[in-house]
Ligand binder design. Structure first.
Ligand code: ATR
Length: 278
C-alpha cells in the first residue's frame, strides 16, 4: 500500500517540500505520496490527529506550527528537545508519534557537501529566534573553537547562550563587541534579509578564508551574501541546501534510506533561476 506523508503549514502554497520528497521517492524507488495541507491556526493538533488516524506515516511541519508539533509528539529526539521545536513527525509501529528536528543536521550536511570544515573554527551566528535555536546543538556537536551569538535584542541571545553553554563555548555578544573580532564562519539566522535589511557588521569581520551561510534563500544572492562577497568571503551559500538537507533527514527517519541531495539542489536552483529570468 502507498504510504502517506504531508507537510502542514500556514501559508503552505509555496512549500517546496512535496517537490523535494517526490524527487527523493523517485530516486530511491519508494512507494509513497506526499501532499501539502493548509492548517488553520489553533487546529494543528486536530489536523495531525486526523492525519495519523487515517494511516498517515509522517509529517513535516513548517511555520507557524513547529511548537505545536513539539507539544503534539509522544516522544522527542534529544535534538528536538534541545531545539524546542519539531519539524518532522513519524508514526511508530506501536502507534505513538515521534517528534524530531532535522533543520540543524540538514544545515551541517549541506556545509559538509560544500566542503566547509567546522571543527576548531570561530563561528558567529546572527539572530536568536526559533531558527537559530534549531541549529545550535548540531553546530556545537561539530566542536567549533567558539560560537558567538549576536542579536538585535541582546537578551534573547543571552538566553540562548545560557541554554546551550553546557554543550560548548557559546556566548552572546553585543553588536559593538564585534569590533576587532574575526570569524571563520558567519551564519545569518535573522529574517532581516527578507526585508532587504542587514545588521550593521564591521568591515573586517571575516578572517582570511571565511565562509558565510544564509539560512534564507532566493533566486538571487541575499543581501547578507552580497555583503559577504564584498567583504572577502571565500565561500558563500544560501539556505536552499539546508531546506533539501532537512528534508533528506526527515526522509531517512521515515524510510531508513538517505537520498542524494546534490541532484535535487541543482535541479531546484536551475528551476528558480529559470523562473526568475522569464
Ligand atoms: P525564526 O523562527 O525564523 O527565527 P523569529 O523567532 O521571529 O523567527 O526570529 C527572527 C530573528 O531575526 C530574530 O533574531 C530577530 O531579532 P529580534 O530578536 O531582535 O527580533 C531577527 N531580525 C528580524 N528582523 C531583523 C532586522 N531588521 N534586523 C536585525 N535582526 C532582525
Amino acid at each position: 500500500m502507498t504510504d502517506l506523508y504531508a507537510v502542514f503549514g500556514n501559508p503552505i502554497n509555496h512549500s517546496k517540500s512535496p517537490h523535494i520528497h517526490r524527487h527523493f521517492a523517485e530516486q530511491t524507488g519508494q512507494d509513497m505520496t506526499y501532499t501539502k495541507q493548509l492548517v488553520v491556526d489553533g487546529e494543528f493538533a486536530a489536523a495531525a490527529t486526523e492525519f495519523f488516524a487515517k494511516g498517515g506515516k509522517g509529517l513535516n511541519i513548517t511555520v507557524p506550527f513547529k511548537l505545536d508539533a513539539y507539544r503534539f509528539a509522544d516522544h522527542l529526539t534529544p535534538r528536538a528537545r534541545r531545539a524546542g521545536a519539531v519539524n518532522t513527525l513519524a508514526a511508530q509501529t506501536d502507534g505513538s508519534i515521534l517528534g524530531d528536528n532535522t533543520d540543524g543536521i540538514g544545515m551541517i550536511h549541506d556545509m559538509h557537501n560544500l566542503g566547509w570544515e567546522l571543527h576548531n573554527k570561530r563561528v558567529l551566528i546572527l539572530g536568536a529566534g526559533g531558527a537559530v535555536r534549531g541549529i545550535l546543538q548540531p553546530l556545537l556537536e561539530q566542536e567549533p573553537e567558539s560560537l558567538a551569538i549576536v542579536n538585535r535584542t541582546h537578551d534573547k541571545a543571552e538566553q540562548l547562550a545560557n541554554s546551550f553553554h553546557d554543550l560548548g563555548d557559546v556566548r552572546a555578544l553585543k553588536l559593538e563587541e564585534l569590533a576587532g573580532q574575526q570569524y571563520d564562519l558567519v551564519i545569518n539566522g535573522t529574517s532581516a534579509s527578507l526585508h532587504g535589511e542587514l545588521p550593521p557588521l564591521p568591515d573586517d569581520l571575516l578572517a582570511p578564508g571565511a565562509c558565510c551561510y544564509d539560512m534564507m534563500y532566493g533566486a538571487e544572492p541575499t543581501i547578507f551574501l552580497q555583503w559577504a562577497q564584498d567583504h572577502g568571503a571565500t565561500g558563500v551559500a544560501d539556505g536552499l541546501g539546508m531546506l533539501v538537507g532537512q528534508a533528506a533527514e526527515a526522509f531517512y527517519l521515515w524510510r531508513q534510506i538517505r537520498p542524494e541531495v546534490v541532484p535535487v539542489i541543482t535541479a531546484m536552483r536551475r528551476q528558480m533561476s529559470d523562473k526568475n529570468h522569464k
